[in-house]
Design a protein. Structure first.
Length: 113
């Protein structure tokens, strides 16, 4: 179990570095001490649920990635994900509406089977 928290911390550290954040800057953004960030990244401490969500928000990732090393988006092309990062919030709202239309369409088709 301790190894999984170490892996959690390593994934957190990797994402932090991808965002070009120092431990100090991440700590400031999260409202915690630099030592606490370091302890989480090294697997010595476990974040609370509230802190986990804050971490995910700040380093732009998901809890399942930090906890499990995977995301629910594994079947989505990296090109699509990268393209979505370039969209405005308004664009993302429209894209979400389109996706929801497909979800409803597919769930209706599944009910017919």
């Amino acid at each position: 179990m301790e190894d999984s928290f170490y892996q959690f911390g390593q994934r957190m550290k990797q994402k932090r570095k991808e965002m070009h954040l120092t431990q100090s800057k991440l700590a400031e953004l999260l409202g915690i001490s630099n030592n606490h960030v370091s302890s989480i990244e090294n697997g010595r401490e476990k974040p609370s649920i509230d802190l986990l969500y804050k971490i995910c928000d700040v380093i732009n990732t998901t809890p399942d990635y930090l906890l499990l090393g995977s995301t629910r988006l594994n079947n989505v092309s990296k090109n699509i994900i990268d393209s979505l990062k370039l969209c405005s919030n308004e664009d993302l709202d429209i894209i979400n509406e389109i996706v929801q239309l497909y979800v409803r369409k597919n769930s209706t088709n599944q009910k017919r089977l």
